[in-house]
Ligand binder design. Structure first.
Ligand SMILES: Cc1ncc(COP(=O)(O)O)c(C=O)c1O
Length: 452
């Protein structure tokens, strides 16, 4: 596309954008099971309006935008209160879960450089189920990630974690809940381990930060996961997920300002002035921060309890439907709206393709192969339809397995069987690059040129 010579009219702009959006996932109708956490028009309108009020503001300089400083501090304080933090707990609002995780790993790396200078290759121990952003952080910041195995219920095996601790270990990680199966790691045991071995413990509550506390309040049997546990030194909790704020905001909280200090970046010799930036980005959109504050204030504890209750009811409806299908089984005992199912007899990747033909957008996982779902208020109205389509899809696949042998079954089958994992990563990058430049489908076929 050439650079436009003349500007379009507002009508033309919106006409084009409507056209572009034609084939997007319909999250409002509950067709997607990730990416967007839609709590209905009322909350969406409110957060949109608030975002627009702060559209041009920039939290890079809180001295200029004192309102943003106040909104950020108050949002973090509200989150700290929810997570049983005392007045020492502080944090930063970042652009999302990944940035919170990147910053936490960088913080502990820099703290170890100062306090444990004998460590030349710092290590962090993370369950294999931990979010891929930790792999990214390891890659970016040169911290070695040591993978801890899971127990049969998909929670991390804490005894195995202890065996993996070496003199180079600086950080333990647990999730509340983890993404793949939606189960909460034994954070209490990890907290005890962190204290025993003088290690830091980050709890990734990006998904659960604004659901797990309310599930507990509704009587859910979920053990402590937050600052109530003395070994927990930081928590990431995404406001743009089950907090229902605008995209681009996550809370990263530390037990005290002394730890947070290692996250900051300052450069006093810059010809552009005294530079200080709390996190990875420079400019920080004020709209996202304001929308986070507004979501917490507008929805409030009572609203989150109501939303959580409805999400749990919808989840039960769907998981009961899954359990009624003999070929499928739910993995572990997920307590929130996040779950996955696998099958001993059917190829679930093929099943995903059958469901996609019926208009659903299905998230697929490997190790083990399963299909992944995150329930939001948008799914309340479609739970029965989904279960019906799932039952029909299972029957269709059983009757015609050969019709679905290519597609996802082939792609995911290949992705797990190639022994050279570096090659798999190159194939994924090649397929993504081809999709971004040429479109089409995401496949590993004919990638020779790209890989050369
Ligand atoms: C448990 C968990 N942590 C971290 C992230 C990363 O969050 P983001 O996509 O906002 O970077 C996710 C995303 O789904 C997640 O589920």
């Amino acid at each position: 596309m050439d650079f436009p010579q003349k500007g379009l009219s507002k009508e033309e702009i919106f006409q084009a954008l409507d056209d572009y959006q034609q084939n997007d996932g319909n999250y409002k109708k509950g067709k997607t099971w990730s990416l967007v956490y839609y709590a209905g028009e009322e909350i969406t309108r409110l957060t949109e309006e608030v975002y627009c009020k702060f559209f041009h503001t920039n939290a890079l300089n809180p001295f200029v935008f004192q309102s943003l400083k106040r909104l950020e501090t108050e949002t973090l304080a509200m989150a700290a209160d929810l997570f049983h933090g005392d007045e020492q707990v502080v944090g930063t609002l970042t652009s999302g879960g990944s940035e919170s995780i990147l910053m936490a790993v960088k913080t502990y790396r820099d703290e170890a450089r100062e306090k444990k200078p004998h460590i030349t290759q710092p290590e962090m121990i993370a369950p294999i189920s931990v979010h891929a952003a930790f792999e990214k952080a390891a890659h970016y910041f040169g911290v070695k990630i040591i993978h801890a195995p899971l127990m049969d219920d998909f929670r991390v095996d804490v005894a195995a974690v202890e065996k993996l601790i070496t003199p180079n270990t600086i950080l333990l990680i647990g999730s509340a809940p983890q993404y793949p199966q939606g189960v909460v790691d034994p954070i209490e045991a990890l907290s005890a381990l962190a204290l025993k071995h003088d290690l830091r413990l980050h709890v990734d509550a990006c998904l659960g930060g604004f659901t797990i506390p309310f599930i507990k309040e509704l009587g859910g049997d979920i053990p402590a996961f937050d600052f109530a546990l003395p070994g927990v030194t930081s928590i990431s909790a995404d406001l743009h997920k089950y907090g229902f704020a605008a995209k681009g905001v996550s809370a990263l909280l530390y037990r005290n300002a002394g730890i947070r200090q290692y996250q900051y970046f300052a450069y006093g010799d810059w010809p552009g002035g005294l530079f200080i930036s709390p996190s990875a980005t420079g400019t920080r959109p004020g709209g996202a921060i304001a929308s986070a504050w507004a979501a917490l204030k507008y929805i409030g504890r009572e609203g989150y309890l109501e939303i959580t209750k409805s999400v749990l009811e919808t989840t039960k409806k769907i998981t009961d439907g899954v359990k009624s299908i003999p070929e499928l089984s739910i993995l572990g005992n997920p307590p929130a709206g996040i779950f996955a199912f696998d099958s001993k007899t059917l190829n679930v990747h093929a099943l995903a393709d059958v469901l996609e033909h019926k208009g659903w957008i299905i998230d697929q996982q490997v190790n083990p192969s399963c299909l992944h779902f995150m329930v939001t208020p948008a799914h309340a109205g479609i739970a029965d339809d989904f279960v019906q389509d799932l039952k029909e899809s299972v029957e269709e696949l059983k009757a015609n397995p050969g019709n679905y042998a290519g597609g996802s079954a082939a792609l995911y089958g290949m992705s797990v069987t190639i022994p050279d994992r570096g090659l798999v990563n190159s194939l994924i990058k090649g397929a993504y690059s081809r999709f971004m430049t040429e479109g089409g489908t995401f496949s590993f076929e004919d990638l020779g040129n790209i890989l050369d």
